[in-house]
Unconditional design. Structure first.
Length: 212
């Protein structure tokens, strides 16, 4: 009788053990599923950019909702685009890939280079100008959005031209020779610093800086 009871108790214990094993496995599987669901839900609440860049401004506070009609943040990369306004009188001379000489208030003693990458084909009626875009080919070490630039688009170049500093030019048409004599000159190409002199003086002329 005791032997039979022991057999029954052993079978019952084995059954209980197997039940506990199944319950533990079920709990483990449910825990793994819950973890995966929690990770998926967490990923859904994390905003990720598809490109590398910098967040310049966050327009929302923690907890505020964001809809599809307004930006939640302002982001950018180091590939800055320069927006240029081209006068309608000059637009026919502007082409893609033309060199642009750039000066910036943030880097007053330096000159940078860029090239035209796009020109809008329609004029802004209000400003009577066309918008063009350029990218830096020689850029500053550090840039920020919305900085202002002064740009000269290189239309033509000339080798071995007679040039003088632009600040020596008086009223865009004359210079002051040594001794104070005013001499009319004909100018040509110019950039930020230099202006070509086509006639009026030669390499033997000595000029003076006009008084401000």
């Amino acid at each position: 009788m005791n032997y039979e009871n022991s057999i029954v108790n052993l079978a019952r214990a084995k059954t209980n053990y197997e039940d506990v094993q199944r319950q533990l496995k079920l709990a483990s599987d449910q825990g793994k599923n819950n973890l995966e669901i929690a990770q998926i839900m967490e990923d859904n609440f994390i905003v990720r950019s598809e490109v590398n860049g910098v967040v310049y401004k966050i327009n929302k506070e923690i907890g505020e909702p964001i809809n599809g009609q307004e930006p939640g943040a302002i982001i950018g990369t180091d590939a800055f685009v320069i927006e240029l306004n081209i006068d309608e009188f000059d637009i026919v001379r502007i082409k893609k890939d033309q060199q642009v000489i750039i000066k910036m208030d943030s880097y007053q003693s330096e000159v940078f280079e860029a090239k035209i990458i796009a020109i809008e084909p329609i004029m802004n009626i209000r400003t009577r100008s066309f918008q063009a875009e350029a990218i830096f080919t020689k850029k500053p070490d550090e840039l920020f959005p919305n900085l202002t630039v002064e740009a000269n688009i290189v239309i033509n170049t000339k080798k071995e031209a007679l040039t003088i500093p632009r600040n020596y030019l008086l009223n865009d048409s004359s210079i002051i020779l040594k001794g104070g004599e005013v001499q009319l000159v004909k100018t040509g190409l110019m950039d930020y610093d230099l202006v070509e002199i086509k006639s009026g003086i030669d390499t033997n002329s000595t000029i003076e800086l006009p008084e401000k």
